[in-house]
Design a protein around this ligand. Structure first.
Ligand SMILES: *Cc1c(COP(=O)(O)O)cnc(C)c1O
Length: 477
């Protein structure tokens, strides 16, 4: 398998060459040259591998899917990496991503039983093992610099903690994460994890990361890298749970299912798009947004209108507060017949200058052929959905999953199971759960009292030079 850029650079690269990289040199995102096709016999074999979610089944399934896209890691090594990643010890059950029925055709697929209680663990845990493996093979080290408002940073830290050859420097807005999220990150005592609390907002943190990354000399000297959601390996890891979800609610391969996906950067649902193009029988991919509805607008109208940070709403499903969906370009590449020159025109500098683009009627009409549908959910919808789900099903969902559930109901088709992807557990977003239910969220065993643990972080003003000095000092550790 080889990978090319979405913006026309036809240089073909192998998996490990793009693993530690962000964007392609032409500013595009990497995609495989083609999507391997899964025929009926293969789907049946994979169904047997995953079984009823028996021990090791998910890892075996992951190995099969990853092997189609990774041919520069020996099979035995890759198998060992996925077996280390997808264990009951880490995810709480042999099924790894268990599906539960709410009512009728409506199901919830749990992707949030990893160490940080959000679906980002599904991919990030694998990335941690892949990075450690590839860096050791090359004899290199990598210093990951990132900014987080909560979920991404903690998933990255829990994936990279204690890994050889990797350090993490994670910027977060001081005092602005939920107490639970802050405790999750700051209680890590691993020497290779550095929490930097910035006296500013999330945008300040992101601006610092951008400034440091644009300092190419510093970036090269300090071996700075990222783990953001455009990383192809993260997306690939997510393809696996669409298959595992499908197997749990069907018995034969002629059945179709739909997925509803709480979306922000379009990474999660883009993995569903890849699974569908590989041949997984998916009826609909339902994109659910919150008040930041750039994706919903696109899937209804063909108009992609990026918003500035002033137009980005702070909502009670904060991990979906995105105004420019970074993985969306991958879908656009497939939608536009893989015309890299056209994608480059649409997503290059003009995207920001013009504030977006409008597809013509023909291209807009082709969206439905890719199975996409969409909807949006507001704070009031979120509260009502959390209440209704608790009252009617004794099932407590988090705010992001509530957005997915609300929109899923608008796209149900008779006889087609609908799987709502649970992207976080309610324990992470206590304030909104209290507002909806008048009681604190359920908390998984073992996390009581996490807020009282000793915290390890350093506080800094919004100052690029101070962050650079800190990174440089600790890169030599
Ligand atoms: C990151 C995140 C999302 C959005 O996922 P994308 O891949 O960016 O679309 C949704 N819900 C939660 C809880 C998240 O952490």
């Amino acid at each position: 398998m080889r990978y090319v850029s979405t913006r026309g650079d036809q240089t073909e690269r192998r998996f490990c060459a793009i693993l530690l990289e962000g964007l392609a040199p032409d500013g595009g995102l990497y995609l495989p040259t083609h999507y391997p096709q899964v025929d009926d016999a293969t789907l049946t074999r994979w169904r047997g591998l995953y079984g009823n979610g028996q021990a090791g089944g998910y890892a075996d399934l992951a190995f099969e899917i990853l092997s189609l896209y990774i041919d520069d890691i020996p099979a035995d090594d890759l198998r060992a990496l996925v077996r280390k990643t997808y264990t009951k010890a880490v995810y709480g059950s042999d099924a790894i991503v268990p599906v539960r029925r709410l009512a009728g055709d409506l199901h919830i697929q749990a992707l949030s039983n990893g160490p940080t209680l959000a679906f980002k663990d599904m991919a990030m845990q694998l990335l941690g093992h892949l990075f450690e493996y590839e860096l050791a093979r090359r004899g290199e080290t990598l210093n990951i610099l990132g900014a987080t408002s909560g979920d991404t940073g903690s998933a990255a830290e829990y994936a990279m903690r204690g890994k050889r050859g990797v350090r993490v420097f994670m910027l977060s807005p001081h005092g602005r994460m939920s107490p639970f999220q802050q405790a999750q990150m700051f209680s890590l005592q691993d020497a290779n994890i550095h929490n930097i609390a910035i006296d500013g907002v999330f945008d300040d943190c992101q601006d610092i990361v951008k400034a440091v990354s644009n300092d190419l000399a510093f970036k090269r000297a300090q071996k700075i890298g990222t783990v953001n959601s455009i990383n192809w390996a993260r997306l690939l890891a997510q393809v696996v749970y669409y298959f595992a979800g499908y197997f749990q609610v069907t018995t034969t391969n002629d059945q179709k299912v739909s997925f509803a996906v709480p979306s922000g950067n379009f990474g999660n649902v883009c993995a569903g798009h890849v699974a569908r193009l590989m041949g997984l029988p998916i009826a609909r991919l339902v994109v659910a947004t919150n008040e930041n509805d750039v994706l919903d607008e696109f899937f209804r109208t063909g108009r992609y209108r990026v918003r500035g940070s002033a137009e980005t709403h702070e909502t009670s499903s904060p991990s979906m507060d995105i105004s420019k969906a970074s993985n969306f370009e991958r879908f656009a590449f497939d939608l536009l017949g893989r015309d890299g020159a056209r994608v480059a025109r649409l997503f290059g500098p003009a995207l920001v200058q013009d504030g977006g683009f409008q597809l013509d009627a023909d291209d807009t009409a082709r969206i439905a052929g890719f199975g996409f549908a969409s909807g949006r959910s507001t704070h009031a919808d979120r509260l009502a959905t959390i209440r209704q789900c608790w009252a009617d099903h004794q099932d407590m969902v988090d705010t992001h999953t509530a957005d997915g559930l609300k929109v899923a109901r608008e796209h149900l088709q008779p006889g087609v199971p609908m799987l709502v992807l649970e992207t976080a557990l309610p324990a992470k977003f206590a304030a909104t759960i209290e507002e909806a239910l008048g009681r604190p969220p359920l908390r998984p065993a073992g996390l009581d009292g996490i807020e009282a643990l000793p915290k390890r972080f350093i506080r800094m003003p919004v100052d690029v030079a101070q962050v650079q000095a800190y990174v440089a000092r600790h890169c030599a550790d």
